[in-house]
Design a protein. Structure first.
Length: 432
């Protein structure tokens, strides 16, 4: 029997903990033998949970690479702008890395990482966990089977619910390019553009253009008489759909965990929550219309592929509910589905049938079971371990080279949006 793969976690935050905990349910597959985090509490918690010895607990990657390599691989769950900076020394020290997405925040960083991976011969797999969700895996299988013919257009959109939008992309860390290093298209939708690139693989983009803006979260849209902080000075708080009190205290299941997680208070009482949200220094206490938003709240991307097929993607922040929709039109049929409904329909053109087409629904609910990422978080770790063991990777495998296309589309889309929607050639990206 093969021994478990030994893994060190760098950046033991919310995401890395999900992957690391898989070792507790699959101890035969891998074990966590080291941790690196600038936050002492997170190091202590990981040390206890995974029984990591003191001499394998570190507070920086520099410290980790100053000792001889003692594990097979690293899971890197640091925040976006640290991904390249922390992964390069790990690769150079001989570690293979499972790296959170986005793997880089601009093209020059992406090129640096790819070059380092090539030179060191190390593996970098990117956490594009949605590829592993049965919904997209099954769509990919249907496409590959050829039943809908050659793709003419792939259309996807991502609706970001008003509560997720406000907590993460207006008040939270992803609203701040200083913290997350990029705009919303990369931090939220790099998954979606990766899915488009993956489903179209073998057919590279030829050009990209994009438009987007802040349509909603600016002072001009604030309700009349609104204050600056919901629980401090706002007379219209109780009528506002973005009231921090209504969203985070009265309906705590709507992403409020992100707030308490960042506050450092585990499981705060109602009084502690009220105190936190009455503090004008707390970003989550702010009026959503007065956050001086530096990123867009909606954006559309148009891709032309080398063979003339088109891809269209829209991200709409502030929707009534979260949702990812897909509609692929081929020369012989269509695939239409919504991720959250856990099923999609395949329509095949059939002139002799009564409706002119034959339709069937592919149900993936049994496999996804309502999981936000369709259990992709678990599946990607298993694939990473399989790759390290030299086994056949799954068709979803997110190697760095393969993940580059989706990221390049995002970088070009952002450059296009900043230039008012200019059409940019795909190759132009590499020279930037
Ligand atoms: N794959 C997905 O679907 C998905 C979903 C959400 C977030 N993400 C990505 O996952 C990453 C982590 O997000 P998160 O929500 O877990 O963040 P987090 O803030 O909970 O975790 C980041 C951790 O990194 C630590 N850290 C900071 N600087 C460090 C350094 N120099 N060295 C080592 N550790 C350091 C922090 O203390 C923290 O524990 C981000 O890149 C995010 O964009 C991916």
């Amino acid at each position: 029997m093969m021994r478990p793969i030994e893994v060190i976690v760098v950046g033991m935050g919310a995401r890395a903990m999900i992957y690391a905990k898989e070792s507790l349910t699959h101890p035969d597959m891998f074990c966590v033998v080291g941790v690196v985090d600038v936050n002492m509490d997170r190091v202590r918690a990981a040390k206890k949970l995974f029984q990591i010895p003191d001499h394998h607990c570190f507070h920086s990657v520099e410290e980790l690479v100053s000792v001889p390599k003692f594990a097979d691989a690293v899971i890197n769950g640091t925040m976006d702008p640290l991904h390249v900076e922390t992964t390069v020394p790990l690769l150079e020290h001989g570690y293979d890395v499972l790296l959170e997405k986005p793997f880089a925040v601009n093209q020059s960083e992406a090129d640096t990482l790819l070059q380092c991976a090539n030179e060191t011969g190390r593996i970098v797999m990117v956490c594009h966990v949605l590829r592993y969700a049965p919904f997209y895996r099954e769509i990919q299988k249907v496409l590959r089977s050829g039943v809908i013919g050659k793709v003419i257009n792939i259309q996807m959109n991502e609706q970001v619910s008003y509560f997720h939008e406000s907590v993460s992309y207006v008040r939270g860390k992803y609203a701040s390019p200083e913290i997350c290093g990029s705009g919303m298209l990369l931090s939220k939708c790099s998954h979606d553009l990766d899915i488009i690139a993956w489903l179209m693989s073998g057919n590279l983009p030829a050009s990209v253009s994009s438009v987007g803006s802040v349509i909603q979260f600016h002072p001009g849209m604030a309700p009349e008489g609104a204050g600056t902080h919901c629980m401090v000075d706002c007379p219209v708080e109780s009528d506002c759909i973005y009231s921090a009190k209504r969203l985070y205290i009265e309906n705590p299941q709507r992403w409020a965990n992100n707030i308490w997680h960042d506050s450092g208070i585990e499981d705060p009482t109602k009084e502690e929550k009220e105190k936190l949200l009455s503090d004008v220094g707390n970003p989550f206490s702010r009026c959503v219309y007065r956050c001086n938003l530096k990123i867009v709240d909606h954006q559309s991307v148009l891709i032309q592929f080398a063979d003339g097929a088109t891809g269209t993607f829209s991200m709409n922040g502030g929707a009534s509910a979260s949702g990812r929709n897909i509609h692929i039109t081929g020369t012989k049929g269509e695939i239409i589905g919504t991720f959250e409904e856990e099923c999609f329909t395949v329509h095949e053109i059939a002139p002799d049938s009564p409706g002119g087409r034959i339709s069937r629904t592919v149900d993936v609910s049994e496999a996804q079971k309502g999981n936000a990422h369709g259990n992709g978080d678990q599946a990607i770790v298993q694939d990473f371990i399989a790759v390290l063991r030299g086994e056949q990777p799954s068709p979803c495998c997110t190697t760095l080279n393969d993940s580059m296309v989706g990221h390049k589309i995002v970088f070009l889309a952002e450059a296009s949006r900043e230039s008012g929607g200019k059409l940019l050639k795909y190759e132009a990206c590499r020279e930037k």
